[in-house]
Ligand binder design. Structure first.
Ligand code: HEM
Ligand SMILES: *[C@@H]1O[C@H](CO)[C@@H](O)[C@H](O)[C@H]1NC(C)=O
Ligand SMILES: *[C@@H]1O[C@H](CO)[C@@H](O)[C@H](O)[C@H]1NC(C)=O
Ligand SMILES: *[C@@H]1O[C@H](CO)[C@@H](O)[C@H](O)[C@H]1NC(C)=O
Length: 316
């Protein structure tokens, strides 16, 4: 009986939350025509004060979309009995949540109860890329906010230790292709990584190699100097590339030189198809930017929520 009741109620939940809210470019034209400029202003203000904000917002959007769809689940705070995504394991470099709060406050002042936090985050990620010197794109809108955020579900995120088949699977489960994988990994042109994300490549790699042999030796040596074996230095780590606040194609050039931080970056060379794309993007920044735009719209169109949150940190 209980099992049947549970089945029925999950069926009801399923029916009540359409898989995929229809997105459109002009979703808020009538209800909140200035939403885009309001969000852009909030992101601009934050970036002027802190150049690490674009990386944070882009990664936040990626994490949001990879867990329960782009439903702002990443923005929810933990409550009494529930530890939220943002307090789960790969939380160390999730930051700049205040930027979304500021944008939401400004949007609510203009058009209360209309714009989802998931849409605000998608817009903010686009603005972040533009402000870092990257390409722009039209963001399809109409996402809804979810009511569930669980720290345990951050396990569903791809790990930096993943090989190419694991990456392929993680992306294809979300309707994203190998082309999308290579283009979206280019997000690693921005930002910073803590030692823990690449530590296993530079110490005790395996029984025969102390250092991952796919890593350039002098690059490995420089990483080892900031991330020693017994690493107790809080917040130690390395920039994703030498221009961590500029959105460009340097990331792909570095992969070809064995100078990328994660196994998951270097793994893009292990399938001929993905390796060809890495080479193409390393040669042509324009080709990369075009592919990135195409793929980021795909990623940000994975929907999943059902309400318009009033406060991005708490369910209604
Ligand atoms: C392909 C699978 C991916 C893996 C395994 C991965 C893994 C990681 C890891 C381990 C970090 C560093 C966390 C830390 O130690 O602080 C990181 C940072 C970052 N990732 Fe990814 N990531 C992936 C895909 C993406 C995608 C698709 C995007 C966006 C399009 C993205 C954007 C970023 C950014 C911007 C940072 C820097 C964050 C900051 O400096 O605040 N990543 N990623
Ligand atoms: C991040 O996650 C770790 C591991 O789950 C946890 O111990 C830590 O408290 C979290 N940190 C923050 C700031 O939420
Ligand atoms: C990737 O890792 C998985 C799990 O460890 C393994 O089964 C698979 O053979 C690996 N694939 C490649 C291409 O290395
Ligand atoms: C260590 O890794 C290298 C490079 O991936 C590989 O060639 C070698 O067989 C590995 N050794 C062991 C013992 O797994």
């Amino acid at each position: 009986m209980a099992a049947i009741a549970a089945l029925l109620s999950s069926l009801l939940i399923f029916l009540a939350s359409p898989l995929g809210n229809a997105l459109s470019w002009n979703y808020y034209d009538k209800t909140c025509p200035d939403v885009e400029s309001i969000v852009t202003n909030a992101v601009k203000q934050a970036v002027m004060a802190d150049k690490t904000v674009p990386a944070a917002l882009l990664r936040m959007h990626f994490h949001d979309c990879f867990i329960r769809g782009c439903d702002a689940s990443v923005l929810l705070n933990s409550v009494n009995k529930n530890t939220a995504e943002k307090d789960g394991p790969p939380n160390a470099s999730l930051h700049a949540f205040y930027v979304i709060d500021n944008a939401k406050k400004a949007v609510e002042a203009m058009c209360p109860g209309v714009v989802s936090c998931a849409d605000i985050l998608a817009l903010a990620a686009r603005d972040a890329v533009v402000l870092a010197g990257g390409p722009t794109w039209e963001v399809p809108k109409g996402r809804k906010d979810g009511r569930i955020s669980r720290a345990t579900e951050t396990r569903q995120l791809p790990s930096p230790a993943f090989n190419i088949s694991q990456l392929k699977q993680s992306f294809s489960q979300r309707g994203l292709s190998l082309d999308d994988l290579v283009a979206l990994s280019g997000g690693h042109t921005l930002g910073f990584s803590h030692c823990s994300s690449f530590q296993s490549r530079i110490h005790n790699f395996n029984a025969t190699h102390d250092i991952d042999p796919t890593m350039h030796p002098s690059f490995a040596a420089s990483l080892r100097s900031v991330c020693p074996k017994k690493n107790n230095v809080k917040n130690a780590g390395a920039n994703m590339d030498p221009s961590p606040t500029t959105f460009d194609n340097t990331y792909y050039k570095l992969i070809l030189q064995g100078r990328s931080l994660f196994s998951s970056d270097q793994a893009l060379l292990t399938f001929p198809k993905t390796k060809n794309l890495v080479s193409k993007f390393a040669t042509s920044k324009e080709t990369f930017l075009e592919a990135f735009v195409n793929s980021v719209i795909k990623m940000s169109s994975i929907t999943g929520g059902q309400e318009i949150r009033k406060d991005c940190r708490v369910v209604n």
